[in-house]
Design a protein around this ligand. Structure first.
Ligand SMILES: Cc1cc2nc3c(=O)[nH]c(=O)nc-3n(C[C@H](O)[C@H](O)[C@H](O)COP(=O)(O)OP(=O)(O)OC[C@H]3O[C@@H](n4cnc5c(N)ncnc54)[C@H](O)[C@@H]3O)c2cc1C
Length: 603
């Protein structure tokens, strides 16, 4: 019998280590193996991303290609410029391929959670416990077969002409699909130039080699890794940041979460007494990732939006999404929204631009734009501020901005965390709000983080750096800064920082009242009243509009319970572990997209 000829299609798994699908491909003992990546126009034009994330994926591909070449100088990552659904059938014939191998997400956690989404870490841990121990990661292969010949004497299907969500970034002609095998006909990795994009601004670079180096460095610092407690890590730390910054590597599959998990477990076991436990520990962080993945797997496409989502509370936020297709609700966070309040729209645009006049919020938003990454508690701060703790703007607007700017953008984690922060799902303590003054001061009294990202304020006395509206004229003169305008029209003026866009305490109390009312009315995304618009009547009957709200006292959230939605369940998970360093069976985590599927091709 003829030996298999395998097209190995790299998708969200840009690595060689811990790849069951690659192992399955090699177990076939193929006579030819073509590692390929195909540029899907859906991704290129319909997934919003700044050049920072494009650079990251190109880095991951280049590194993978170099690693493949090290194993076999005749091979590399062959990049093809066409949609997979039109390309692959032609390749199977032209290259006489017999097998296609991919990685897929698993629904096992959902099945073990009674077919329901995992809406708390306890549910995730219980389902994980039923599945059993997390499989150990497998090693990278030490050799790869040659690719076969690669004729492309077929017509390249043109990418459909559709709306390009990334058009605002393209400053050159888009040449992504000019030729199937790239400008030199050698199936090379695309460049930002080909994509028509400017240079990235982020200092963070992608690729399996960097990811493994970073992981080794983190685990070599045993005390850090074993005693990691997320709520004790500072959102204001930079160079180095206080958490691992491994999320973008995991997003592109350059790092296996199973490898990360087991390395963290081993360090904890060696460390013994004093090690941290889930959910605050490093393994606990990975549990959150799986919790959101399994929630998305169960809920399906409505997961990333409110409409049609039975698990998301309906709150009549400002700037709701325009739904092109209200039946399926598919385009919820495409970026198009109703401007029901010009005031809220301006707040939203100032939030996005990092010119709210609240220096801690602005510093975080500017770091997000330039670096594509901010600390988890920084994400808490800006998300709470945009939604239930300040602007009362829809969480889908914030998720949309994060989709564009994050280098680690992961649909499940992004939507889930925005729901958490806006108290629409996963978390409900809407009276706990992050103060843009007190929360930053807790971590960084001197405001060094603000001085780095908001240079207009870098010479301002620490006494005023979180609230420049309180600064005396003498203090402002000494710092060489004026506080005026909204930052949208005068953002390029040297030495000018915008005025605060509202009184935070006032807004917080307005928001809390409005949240209280919405919780009382108790609608969810799949309720008829939400779908047919009659929710308006219910809210009008219930009293004043959100803008006039009656106010409520509220608590200042300091982030201590940042990842702790249900204190009771947290206690349960600890006792199930016997309080031992996250080693109990209750910590079992089901790795995300790791099931292997080998499809026999019918050609
Ligand atoms: C509003 C909001 C939006 C977010 N959007 C994303 C996103 O698009 N992609 C993304 O990966 N994370 C997202 N997060 C979760 C979290 O902030 C990041 O995963 C984390 O900050 C990444 O930094 P790190 O690798 O240093 O994390 P570490 O603290 O070092 O944690 C290790 C890993 O655990 C996982 N993890 C940790 N916390 C969470 C969490 N709450 N949810 C899911 N996974 C978690 C990540 O994979 C992370 O790399 C979001 C959080 C908020 C509040």
């Amino acid at each position: 019998m003829a030996k298999p000829r395998v097209i190995y299609w790299f998708r969200t798994d840009l690595r060689l280590h811990d790849s069951p699908a690659l192992k399955a491909a090699l177990d076939l003992e193929p006579e030819a193996l073509w590692p390929i990546f195909t540029w899907d126009p859906h991704y290129v034009y319909h997934v919003k991303a700044s050049p920072n994330r494009w650079q990251y994926i190109l880095d991951c591909q280049q590194d993978l290609s170099d690693s493949i070449r090290k194993l076999n100088p005749n091979s590399k990552l062959f990049v093809l410029r066409e949609a997979p659904q039109t390309l692959l059938p032609k390749l199977f014939v032209a290259w006489k391929a017999t097998h296609l191998v991919t990685l897929w997400d698993s629904d096992e956690v959902v099945a073990k959670n009674g077919g329901k989404p995992t809406m708390s870490i306890t549910q995730l841990q219980t389902a994980g416990y039923k599945i059993g121990e997390v499989p150990k990661p497998i090693s990278a292969p030490d050799s790869l077969p040659d690719p076969g010949e690669m004729p492309i004497d077929f017509e390249q299907a043109q990418a459909p002409k559709t709306a390009d969500l990334n058009a605002p970034y393209r400053n050159k002609a888009d040449k992504t699909y000019n030729s199937l095998a790239g400008p030199n006909g050698d199936f090379a990795i695309e460049t930002l130039e080909e994509l028509g994009l400017p240079a990235a601004t982020t200092p963070h670079r992608g690729g399996e080699t960097i990811a493994l180096k970073q992981l080794n460095k983190i685990m070599a610092d045993e005390k850090y890794a074993a005693t990691f407690r997320k709520p004790e890590t500072s959102p204001a730390a930079f160079e180095p940041q206080s958490t691992t910054l491994l999320s973008p590597h995991m997003h592109f599959g350059a790092l296996s979460p199973r490898l990360f998990y087991w390395r963290a477990r081993e360090v904890v076991e060696k460390y013994g007494k004093g090690a941290s436990t889930p959910p605050e520990s490093l393994t606990g962080q990975l549990l959150f990732r799986d919790m959101y993945f399994a929630a998305q797997a169960a809920i399906g496409s409505p997961y990333t939006q409110t409409l049609n989502n039975p698990y998301v509370r309906f709150i009549p936020w400002h700037l709701p999404s325009k739904h092109a297709d209200t039946e399926t609700g598919m385009s919820a966070i495409s970026g198009e929204y109703h401007v029901d309040s010009p005031q809220a729209d301006k707040w939203f645009r100032r939030w996005k631009a990092g010119t709210t006049g609240f220096p801690f919020v602005d510093a975080l938003m500017r770091q997000l734009r330039i670096e594509g990454w901010i600390h988890h508690l920084g994400r808490h701060m800006v998300a709470c501020f945009l939604t239930r703790g300040g602007c009362y703007v829809h969480w889908e607007r914030g998720a949309d901005v994060f989709e564009e700017l994050l280098i680690d953008h992961e649909p499940a984690s992004n939507a889930g965390n925005w729901q958490w922060l806006s108290c629409t799902a996963f978390f409900s303590q809407y009276f706990r709000c992050y103060s843009p003054v007190a929360f930053g001061q807790k971590w960084d009294k001197n405001g060094d983080f603000i001085r780095k990202w908001v240079p207009e304020l870098r010479h301002l006395d620490a006494k005023y750096i979180y609230e420049p509206w309180k600064a005396t004229q003498a203090a402002l003169d000494k710092a060489g800064v004026r506080v005026e305008g909204d930052g949208l029209s005068n953002s390029h003026k040297e030495g000018v920082y915008p005025e605060a866009m509202f009184d935070f305490n006032e807004r917080r109390s307005v928001c809390i009242s409005a949240m209280k009312r919405a919780f009382k009315i108790g609608l969810h995304g799949n309720d008829e009243a939400v779908k047919n618009g009659t929710w308006k009547v219910l809210f009008e009957e219930a009293g004043e509009t959100e803008m006039e709200g009656i106010g409520g006292a509220g608590d200042t959230d300091e982030g201590d319970y940042a990842d702790d939605a249900d204190h009771e369940s947290h206690k349960i998970s600890r006792s199930r572990d016997g309080g031992k360093h996250g080693r109990g069976k209750g910590n079992a985590i089901k790795q995300g997209p790791m099931d292997r599927h080998v499809k026999r091709l019918k050609n």
